[in-house]
Design a protein around this ligand. Structure first.
Ligand SMILES: [Zn+2]
Length: 382
């Protein structure tokens, strides 16, 4: 039983990040885990994060959506969580997957402002409307997760709709995200590298600078939100392009290609960082699509796709679904992916720029809790 819960928590772990290109909403983890009315279970449960992520996924009509979680440090020792859950949150904190702060204050809204993301919260934000006018002005920018029949629903604070709406990155956010930042504190999980050489630094998951969180701004100075220290500018951030995989008309996963990190996509790519499609493919698609099928890289701002498969791929110029316009991409061939182009690995299995790849089918989301759905529904009461 504990093993099954661990599997669900591992699945949820794949949905938390501070990556400005992939996060789709911001939330306060300490708040979300206490939405007891969602399932009537324990006072605090990390599984509620999974339920809220599922609600976001349903509303965005997209699989594998990720959230940016800000959390007070006290949560790491919250006695209402199980020891297993505390261990998991500590791991997320150590790996820099969530932002752990001594005083979160209005950081959740600052992140949403810098990145142009919607906020998921039940908190009233009246006092912050002056600093963040979009809280009161933009429908769908702030949504409350509320209990619903099939898991939580989202209700917008303004306008009462249920669709999360992304805004624009603020000018400050756009500027901060062109640079890489370093915290002087040794082993800083968010802006690491300052101390250098410590065991904690070496053990840390190596992540691309393109995934770095947005700095906090204190009196206009880029600051580590955890340590309150002034961050050092250590050079330009690598350019990135956000791509997405669409299968059977549904966006199943977004991913980032940066100038430093090319990406392999296929049935089950070798090595780390590959995009695994196997779980979404039917038998015929699985037979056709190679383990490593296409290689994507970003070079001087251009996305270059190279077929590395046995059977080849195709390009759909401008996203055209007309068969006569499909351009074959033979094994070992490369091509620059134009603005609206899609590369098609197999009929119905496409990759393109995330913004240009709308879903085209009724959405049936895959729950992040799917690995052990009965566990999520039957939480033991204390
Ligand atoms: Zn720091």
């Amino acid at each position: 039983m504990r093993f099954e819960i661990s599997k669900v928590l591992d699945a949820i772990e794949g949905r938390v990040c501070v990556d400005p290109s992939l996060a789709r909403a911001v939330l306060d983890l300490a708040e979300v885990i206490r939405y007891q009315d969602i399932d009537g279970g324990r006072p605090a449960s990390l599984l509620r994060l999974g339920m809220v992520i599922d609600a976001l996924s349903r509303q965005l009509e997209e699989d594998s959506v990720q959230v940016y979680a800000v959390v007070h440090r006290a949560l790491l020792s919250d006695a209402d969580l199980t020891s297993n859950e505390r261990m998991v949150v500590r791991r997320w904190a150590d790996d820099g997957l969530v932002e752990v702060l001594d005083n979160p204050g209005d950081r959740m809204l600052e992140v949403a402002d810098l990145l142009g993301l919607p906020v998921l919260t039940r908190a009233r934000l009246d006092g912050l409307r002056g600093r963040f006018p979009w809280v009161a002005e933009e429908p769908g920018r702030v949504l409350a997760p509320v209990p619903g029949a099939g898991g939580p629903n989202l209700v917008a604070h303004v306008g009462g709709g249920d669709k999360p709406v992304a805004g624009r990155r603020s000018p400050a956010g756009a500027k901060l995200l062109t640079r890489q930042w370093r915290c002087p504190e040794s082993g800083c999980a968010l802006f690491g590298g300052g101390g250098g050489g410590s065991f904690a630094d070496l053990a840390r998951v190596q992540r691309s600078p393109a995934e770095q969180a947005p700095p906090a701004l204190r009196n206009g100075v880029p600051t580590c939100p955890r340590h309150g220290t002034r961050l050092r500018d250590v050079g330009p951030r690598p350019r990135t392009e956000v791509l997405a995989v669409r299968i059977g008309g549904l966006v199943r996963r977004r991913f980032v290609v940066s100038e430093e990190q090319p990406v392999l996509v296929g049935r089950a790519p070798e090595g780390e960082g590959g995009i695994v499609l196997g779980q979404w493919l039917n038998d015929e698609a699985r037979r056709w699509i190679s383990r490593n099928h296409v290689h994507l890289e970003l070079r001087v701002g251009e996305v270059i796709v190279t077929d590395v498969s046995t059977n080849g791929s195709g390009i759909r110029p401008g996203g055209s679904m007309t068969e006569a316009e499909r351009i074959p991409l033979a094994p070992k061939q490369s091509r620059v992916l134009g603005e609206n182009d899609m590369v098609e690995l197999y009929p119905g299995v496409q990759i393109g720029r995330a913004e240009e790849l709308p879903a085209g089918a009724p959405f049936t989301p895959t729950s992040v809790m799917a690995e052990a759905p009965t566990m999520a529904m039957r939480l033991p009461r204390p």
